[in-house]
Design a protein around this ligand. Structure first.
Ligand code: AMP
Length: 222
């Protein structure tokens, strides 16, 4: 299994780049944030447990997230398709857990790490102008600031016509907390992965199409 881990703070554009990789390269995207929001919308036992954690911008416990990822991989595994881990791992405990899982269930898998780089002030303005589709099965992402990411009709999803909403955690307080949580774990994660590989840096302070072209070049894809 070929896997790309997209590392970067909330709002850096992991989801938007992943979406292009899915549409244009046929890859699969595993977004742990989307999985969490789906649990909350469906009011599952996990959803009830994590609702407040997500609203406040803290991390969901490692074991809960790791189990979600493991279940998803086992269900969706397709040897022909590269998988993007969008928002996972966020801690070294999670990174070790996925390494163990791959060793046991998918031997020969390779993890490649791409670090998405952007100044913090850009991240904050991206987060505050973000809208997502309120349909938990869709969760398409839009922006009120970037023309290329604007919906065709105001507040309506281009894909499924459901209403667009603001994410519960895209408020000033949670944004601050999420950035602090990301910064707390970033160095440790980079240290963990750089033991065995060269981490690929991608500047994402550009329009999305350019970022996608740069990404393909970075990984030697035509
Ligand atoms: P995201 O959509 O990636 O910004 O994630 C939204 C929220 O879901 C995060 O702020 C966390 O509360 C939770 N979450 C998503 N992925 C993880 C993860 N790998 N570990 C812990 N919590 C996560």
């Amino acid at each position: 299994m070929n896997i790309y881990v997209f590392l970067g703070p909330p709002g850096v554009g992991k989801g938007s780049l992943s979406k292009l990789c899915v549409e244009k390269l046929g890859w699969q995207q595993l977004s742990t944030g989307n999985l969490c929001r789906m649990h909350i919308a469906n009011q599952t036992d996990i959803g009830k447990k994590i609702d407040f954690i997500i609203k406040s911008g803290k991390l969901v416990p490692d074991d809960v997230i790791t189990e979600m990822v493991s279940d998803w991989l086992i269900k969706n595994y397709d040897s022909n398709r590269t998988i993007i881990l969008d928002g996972f791992p966020r801690t070294v405990i999670q990174a070790k857990a996925i390494d163990d899982l791959l060793k046991e269930k998918f031997p020969g898998s390779k993890i490649n790490v791409v670090k998405l780089i952007i100044p913090e002030k850009t991240v904050i303005s991206r987060l505050t102008s973000r809208l997502i589709c309120g349909n938990s099965k869709c969760q398409a992402v839009y922006s009120t600031m970037t023309k290329a990411l604007a919906p065709k009709d105001i507040n309506v999803c281009d894909k499924c016509s459901c209403k667009l909403i603001k994410r519960q955690d895209d408020n000033e307080q949670s944004i601050k907390e999420r950035l602090a949580v990301y910064n707390e774990h970033e160095n440790e994660l980079l240290k963990y992965y750089s033991k065995n590989q060269k981490i690929l840096d991608l500047n994402v302070e550009k329009n999305l199409d350019e970022v996608f072209e740069d990404f393909k070049k970075l990984i030697n894809l035509k």
